[in-house]
Design a binder for this molecule. Structure first.
Ligand SMILES: CCCCCCCCCCCCC[C@@H](O)CC(=O)SCCNC(=O)CCNC(=O)[C@H](O)C(C)(C)COP(=O)(O)OP(=O)(O)OC[C@H]1O[C@@H](n2cnc3c(N)ncnc32)[C@H](O)[C@@H]1OP(=O)(O)O
Length: 195
């Protein structure tokens, strides 16, 4: 991403140039949920599920499907937030497994999110917001009556509901990370409710 910006001097075309890698890694992140379900990692299934499904949704049902929004600045916002987060997170896992975790990586893992989470969420919400006029105009992914199954679905209203769902769900993730931060960096013992 940095190389693209240095070479082109603009964010336009960035999404197109990284989309394959993005789709591959974000789709495979589903394995993180599987790992929680089968108990390979002790992470909450609910927390990992919300985190991964929101990213898959952004990648496939928003950015991939709605071409006119791919060059929005808000796309860069969430791409940068996700990228820095995952570089830090997987460095943390790798060094932890090697039993040589540098303090800076641990510190970064449990501090960067304080800024990156709101930045990422802002990028995601602004991108969905930018998609709304196109979705309304084209009626994409919507099912209109009458049809033989007597079912109707409006993707435009689905997106509005999805945006609203960030209000109860995002604080859950953010406060979870704040609790993890207190536990890992300050050694506080925190009793969490089971899923
Ligand atoms: C259908 C439409 C759905 C739409 C839903 C809409 C609502 C969505 C609202 C929410 C929006 C979220 C948006 C989000 O996409 C925005 C961003 O991400 S912006 C960027 C900032 N983001 C972050 O900082 C993300 C932080 N998240 C995480 O760190 C994790 O994803 C989290 C799932 C929260 C888990 O963190 P936690 O600290 O609880 O657990 P860990 O999994 O890190 O660690 C537990 C222990 O397991 C070990 N572990 C885990 N995985 C591995 C691995 N792969 N390899 C090795 N070890 C692993 C880890 O070391 C821990 O071990 P220990 O306890 O011994 O330290």
């Amino acid at each position: 991403m940095v190389r693209f910006y240095m070479e082109k001097g603009t964010h336009k075309g960035l999404y197109k140039s990284i989309q394959k890698t993005l789709k591959f890694f974000q789709t495979f992140a589903l394995l993180e949920v599987v790992h929680c379900i089968i108990g390979i990692v002790p992470t909450s299934v609910l927390v990992a599920g919300v985190q991964v499904s929101s990213r898959i949704f952004m990648v496939w049902l928003i950015t991939h499907s709605i071409k006119p929004i791919q060059n929005e600045e808000s796309v860069v916002l969430f791409l940068v937030a996700w990228t820095v987060t995952e570089i830090t997170r997987y460095s943390f896992y790798t060094f932890s497994l090697l039993d040589h975790l540098p303090y800076f990586i641990k510190w970064a893992r449990y501090n960067f999110f304080i800024i990156l989470y709101p930045v990422g969420v802002a990028g995601e919400l602004l991108t969905i917001y930018a998609a709304l006029p196109y979705v309304k105009k084209t009626g994409m992914f919507s099912i209109r009556l009458p049809n033989k199954y007597n079912v109707s679905f409006d993707y435009y209203y689905f997106l509005l509901i999805t945006m609203a769902s960030y209000i109860p769900l995002f604080p859950q993730l953010y406060f979870h990370m704040l609790r993890q931060r207190r536990k890992v960096l300050h050694g506080e013992v925190i009793v969490e409710k089971d899923d």
